[in-house]
Write a protein that binds this ligand. Structure first.
Ligand code: NAD
Length: 654
């Protein structure tokens, strides 16, 4: 009999016995104990939350000692659990779906090629198929384990093939109206809504984030954007008529929002679902086909393709290419009509440098070191709760996480106290039920960056208020709050991208602005004060792409607001009207009548025309009560003159 990391020998015997009762091996199939199904058990147990796992282990232990006839009877009764009221019915139901489900899934995963049964029943096969190192923390899902390697394949399509296919998709996409494209987005919303639990699990498996973070920041966020795009966004792409000046009287001025062609979207690992759906959907609504490259660390392999296919997207409208930075480079070499890049400032620079000689337009959504500025009149409890969430949501792996908390000195101590109380309440785990506030870090290299920042701060004399017990290597980094942080420390200067919050004191408004701006980044910020005049004043002086007043990270919650950075946080905007237009060739159109009239500024040029134009300019731009009247008279004079001059010009030519 094989051994198990999770089950004791007795519990394993229980599993084999129950397995043989449920699947005794009929019709030429092997009995459970003769299959390799029990060997799969550890991977399944890795995936369960601790409470479920412990519960199931106890049940298997008990079942080990029951005779087979009694087991048969129990499972027969469990199948009819609906006949039993109250807790007894519930217990039978759990036996039916828990124990039976576990045995059957293991058994059929062993019998079907590549564990195809998991796909059939909607279980994430990847979680079970991946090898895990013995003895690791069971609550960390497979993709978030120490030493996990990046996902580099499948190699199909190659960058060249992906662009060929996406470019070939432009013809069929161009036949869709804007409304039809919006309809596809609405269908995509329905697919995501229906499959949301599966999506949340896939996100958790790849990132190790908490369940609620996966649901709200990724699934809710994506749905919210899709809804905005297919309603308001659609309006933003309609032909727009704009003002035509008097000097161009009789003409119509229009803006058309046309597709660019094929857009390359390159995404990071921190919000792999949201960062796929939102740029793909925005580019698509604007009429572009898309080549999308997810991060090699969180590929969500096959998930985005599945959702798009189910939403009736033609296969060549969106191509997904897996791979690391080298694949990103190959994709840029294919000369997309635009690169929409989200990631680190370092990689952003390299993308920009590669695209420059190709004259490929680039939009860069890069890192941040966001300040939160709290004035002494702010509500302390709310500010402390906001700071805790803003710093630790997604385990601090958000581009707009609060990475610097500035507190006015009069409330520094009470706010610190409230913040630490807030932090003590935070539960950590890669939960299955939504009860954990923060999850694991997604990658080892990010853990190493956090360790470097923490060690540097410790060596230079920072004081750790909580989280000092972190071992420096586990991906379960607890929330860390630090004070006495100085300018020389990495924590103060570089993006940490982990659950570490440094606290600083400030005295005056002037000093707060100066400190907030003392960073090479300028992505987002927040200002907290009851005095809204002051809050607006300070918000206006912070050099940043986004700012929230008396709230944190909330601008990105509204899909109508454009999102993007200043300084080393990048440039360009996505989301909102401006963001949609960034995926367009914004075409200026002017429509004139085909009247035979020759424009005054066309040839011939004469001294008299020069003087008349001079007078026209004078009346048009000087202002004053009679200027418009004078301008109109000069205009008429100019028009009469132009007619006559044109006749002379014709003769001059002969
Ligand atoms: P990263 O720059 O390492 O990688 C981002 C993506 O670029 C990945 O898909 C990667 O494979 C690809 N890539 C790497 N080298 C490349 C190259 N030379 N050419 C083309 N593509 C290349 O970033 P990351 O570690 O995945 O993500 C974390 C960073 O992203 C943080 O700095 C965070 O602040 C930032 N971020 C910014 C935003 C925003 O909207 N401003 C949002 C999320 C994350």
């Amino acid at each position: 009999m094989s051994t198990s990391r999770h089950l004791s020998p007795t519990q394993l015997k229980g599993l084999l016995k129950v397995g043989d009762v449920l699947v005794p091996g009929l019709g030429g199939l092997p009995p459970f104990s003769a299959s390799h199904a029990a060997g799969e058990a550890d991977r399944m147990f890795d995936y369960m939350n601790e409470a479920d796992r412990e519960g199931l282990k106890r049940v298997l232990f008990l079942l080990r000692f029951l005779p087979r006839w009694l087991l048969r009877l129990i499972f027969f009764v469990a199948t009819h659990h609906r006949l039993f009221p109250g807790p007894l019915g519930a217990a039978f139901r759990m036996l039916n779906i828990g124990v039976k489900g576990c045995v059957m899934t293991l058994y059929y995963s062993d019998l079907t090629p590549d564990g195809a049964i998991y796909r059939e029943i909607g279980w994430d096969a990847k979680i079970v198929e991946r090898e895990g190192a013995p003895g690791e923390a069971a609550s960390v899902p497979s993709a978030a384990r120490e030493g996990e390697r990046p996902f580099l394949g499948p190699k199909r399509p190659t960058p060249k093939e992906a662009f060929e296919r996406a470019r070939s998709g432009r013809a069929s996409l161009s036949r869709l109206t804007l409304e039809e494209r919006a309809k596809h987005l609405r269908e995509l919303s329905r697919v995501i809504l229906r499959r949301r639990e599966e999506i949340v699990e896939r996100i958790q498996a790849d990132t190790g984030k908490s369940r609620l973070d996966a649901l709200v920041s990724e699934v809710f966020g994506a749905l919210d954007c899709l809804q905005w795009l297919s309603s308001h966004g659609k309006r933003a792409l309609r032909e727009r008529r704009v003002h035509t000046p008097w000097t161009l009287m009789g003409k119509r001025s229009l803006i058309w929002f046309e597709p660019l062609g094929t857009v390359l979207v390159i995404s990071p690992w921190n919000y792999p679902f949201y960062q796929a759906i939102v740029p793909i959907a925005s580019a698509f609504l604007a009429g572009n086909t898309v080549v999308y490259k997810p991060s090699e660390w969180t590929p969500l392999e096959g998930l985005i393709e599945d959702c798009l296919l189910e939403a009736q997207f033609a296969p060549n409208w969106v191509q997904i290419v897996y791979g690391d930075g080298s694949v990103g480079r190959e994709l840029i070499e294919e000369r997309p009509d635009k690169v929409f890049f989200t990631g680190s400032t370092r990689t952003g620079r390299s993308v920009l440098a590669q695209a420059a000689p190709l004259l490929v337009p680039v939009e860069l959504e890069l890192g941040g070191k966001d300040p939160m500025v709290v004035f002494e009149d702010a509500n302390i409890e709310r500010a402390a709760a906001g700071a805790a969430w803003g710093a630790f949501t997604n385990t601090g792996q958000s581009c707009t996480s609060v990475e610097r908390l500035y507190v006015q000195e009069a409330i520094y101590e009470p706010l610190k106290k409230a913040l630490l109380e807030e932090v003590r309440r935070i539960r950590q785990g890669v939960d299955r039920d939504g009860n954990a506030e923060i999850g694991a870090m997604t990658t080892d290299f990010q853990v190493a960056i956090v360790r470097r920042h923490v060690e540097d701060a410790r060596a230079k004399g920072a004081r750790f208020l909580c989280g000092q017990d972190w071992d420096g290597s586990s991906r379960m980094i607890p929330p860390i709050v630090v004070e006495d942080v100085t300018d020389e420390m990495l924590l103060c200067r570089e993006e940490t991208f982990g659950p570490v919050l440094p606290l600083f004191k400030f005295r005056s408004e002037e000093e707060a602005v100066e400190l907030a701006n003392k960073s090479p980044y300028g992505l987002s910020a927040s200002v907290w004060s009851k005095d809204l005049e002051r809050a607006r004043r300070v918000a206006a002086r912070i050099v940043t792409g986004n700012v929230s007043i008396n709230n944190v990270m909330v601008t990105e919650g509204n899909p109508a607001l454009p999102f993007g950075g200043t300084k080393e946080s990048g440039f360009g905007r996505y989301k909102g009207e401006q963001g949609l237009h960034s995926f367009c060739n914004v075409k200026s159109v002017m429509i004139d009548r085909d009247s035979g009239k020759i424009e005054a500024n066309w040839y011939p040029y004469t001294r008299e025309k020069y003087l008349l134009f001079g007078a026209l300019i004078e009346h048009l731009f000087r202002g004053g009560p009679l200027s418009f009247f004078r301008f109109a008279l000069t205009g008429l004079k100019l028009e009469g003159y132009c007619k006559r001059a044109r006749e002379g010009y014709r003769n001059r030519a002969r």
